[in-house]
Design a binder for this molecule. Structure first.
Ligand code: IPM
Ligand code: MG
Length: 360
C-alpha cells in the first residue's frame, strides 16, 4: 500500500517518467504492491499553468504521499525569469518543503558500459560508490543572500552555513550507509579554507566514535574531484555538503558511462522520499524520443527499496536493466561502436525493460 505523486516536469522529464511509470505499474501488479499514483505539476510546466514553479497543491499532495517520482525541471523558455521564479526553485522548494535532507547518489558501473565511459575501462570497471549529499542546507539555502548595490557597483553574495545538528543528521545517515556497504566513509570538505567545513569535519570526527566498524577519512574537495577521475574505486561512501555534493555527483556520474544512468533518492527522517534521475531536463533532445529512461527507471527501484522496503521488487527492476544492457540495448548516450549493440529510443528502451521484467 502507498501513494506516489508523479511530477514529470520539463524537457525530457515527461518522456522518461512515462517509461518509469510503465515499469512501476508492471512490478506493482506482479508483486501485488497496491501502490497508486497521481500526477501533479512542477517546474516550467507549473509556471506555464499557474505562474508558480511549485504550486501549493503540488507540495500538499507530495507531503501527503509516501513517495514522489520526479523527471526533471528547467529549460531555455524560463531562463529569463528572476531567480525566485525559475523552474529550479520548484525543485529546491519541494526538497526543503518535504525536509528531504539526505540525498543518495549511487554511481555503479554496469560491466556492459565499461567502454561507454570516457575513462579507461580498468579505471572504472567494478565501480560502486555512493555519494551522500546534504540536500537542504549549506550555501543553497543559507541567508543572507542576494545581489545588492548601485548599478555597476553591485555585490552578489551567498552564505554557506551548517549547524551541528544538520551535520550530525546527515553524518549518521552516511555512517549507517557505509556500515551496510564496504565500511569506509570519506567526508569531503574544504576545512583548510572554510570555517563551515571546519565544523563539518569536527562533527564527522566526533560521530566516528559511535561507528567503530566504519573507517572514516577526510578529503579536501579539490583533491576529491581529482581522485574521482584518477582512481575512483578508492571510494566506498562519500559524504559531503550540498554544493560539493552537486558537483562531485556529476563527475561521478560520468564515470559510469553517462549521467543518463544515475538514479537518486532524497529522504527525510520519516523515510518519505523523492526519487529522480541525477541528470537535468536536456531541452536539446526533448521530444525526440532519444533520452535514456534508465536513471528514472532505476530511481523507481530505489523508491521500492527505501520507501516501500520491497527489496524483491527493487531487485527485479535492477535485474531487468542489467538484462537489457547485456542484450545490447543502448540509448544514444551509452552507445559505443560495438557491432552487437541495438541503438534504441526512450520508448523502446522502456519496452525492453518491461519485456525483460515480464519474462523473469
Ligand atoms: C541536481 C541539480 C539541481 C541541484 C538543480 C537543478 C537545482 O543540479 O539535482 O544535482 O543543483 O541540486
Ligand atoms: Mg546537479
Amino acid at each position: 500500500m502507498g501513494h506516489i505523486v508523479v511530477l514529470p516536469g520539463d524537457g525530457i522529464g515527461p518522456e522518461i517518467v512515462a517509461q518509469a511509470v510503465r515499469v512501476l505499474d508492471v512490478v506493482n501488479a506482479r508483486f501485488g504492491l497496491g501502490l497508486t499514483h497521481s500526477e501533479a505539476l512542477i517546474g516550467g510546466a507549473a509556471i506555464d499553468a499557474t505562474g508558480d514553479p511549485l504550486p501549493e497543491t503540488t507540495l500538499t499532495q507530495a507531503k501527503a504521499a509516501d513517495a514522489v517520482l520526479l523527471g526533471a525541471v528547467g529549460g531555455p523558455a524560463w531562463d529569463g525569469l528572476p531567480m525566485s521564479q525559475r523552474p529550479e526553485k520548484g525543485l529546491l522548494r519541494i526538497r526543503a518543503g518535504m525536509e528531504l535532507f539526505a540525498n543518495f547518489r549511487p554511481a555503479i558501473l554496469y560491466p556492459e558500459l565499461a567502454h561507454a565511459s570516457t575513462l579507461k575501462p580498468e579505471v572504472v570497471s567494478g565501480l560502486d560508490i555512493l555519494i551522500v549529499r546534504e540536500l537542504i542546507g549549506g550555501i543553497y539555502f543559507g541567508e543572507p543572500r542576494g545581489i545588492e548595490g548601485a548599478p555597476g557597483q553591485r555585490v552578489g553574495f551567498n552564505t554557506d552555513r551548517y549547524s551541528e545538528p544538520e551535520i550530525e543528521r546527515i553524518g549518521r545517515i552516511a555512517f549507517d550507509a557505509a556500515r551496510a556497504r564496504g565500511g569506509r566513509l570519506c567526508s569531503v570538505d574544504k576545512a583548510n579554507v572554510l570555517e563551515v567545513t571546519v565544523l563539518w569535519r569536527e562533527v564527522m570526527t566526533r560521530l566516528a566514535a559511535d561507528y567503530p566498524d566504519v573507517t572514516l577519512s577526510h578529503m579536501y574537495v579539490d583533491n576529491a574531484a581529482m581522485q574521482l577521475v584518477r582512481a575512483p574505486k578508492q571510494f566506498d561512501v562519500v559524504v559531503t555538503g550540498n554544493l560539493f555534493g552537486d558537483i562531485l555527483s556529476d563527475a561521478a556520474a560520468m564515470l559510469t558511462g553517462s549521467i543518463g544512468m544515475l538514479p537518486s533518492a532524497s529522504l527525510n527522517s520519516a523515510k518519505q522520499g523523492l526519487y529522480e534521475p541525477c541528470h537535468g531536463s536536456a531541452p536539446d533532445i526533448a521530444g525526440t524520443d532519444t533520452a535514456n529512461p534508465l536513471a528514472t527507471i532505476l530511481s523507481v527501484a530505489m523508491m521500492l527499496m527505501h520507501t516501500f522496503n520491497h527489496r524483491e521488487a527493487a531487485t527485479a527492476i535492477e535485474t531487468a536493466v542489467q538484462h537489457v544492457l547485456a542484450t545490447g540495448f543502448r540509448t544514444r548516450d551509452i552507445a559505443t561502436a560495438a557491432v552487437d549493440e541495438r541503438i534504441v529510443g526512450c520508448q523502446a528502451m522502456g519496452d525492453a525493460v518491461v519485456t525483460s521484467l515480464e519474462g523473469q
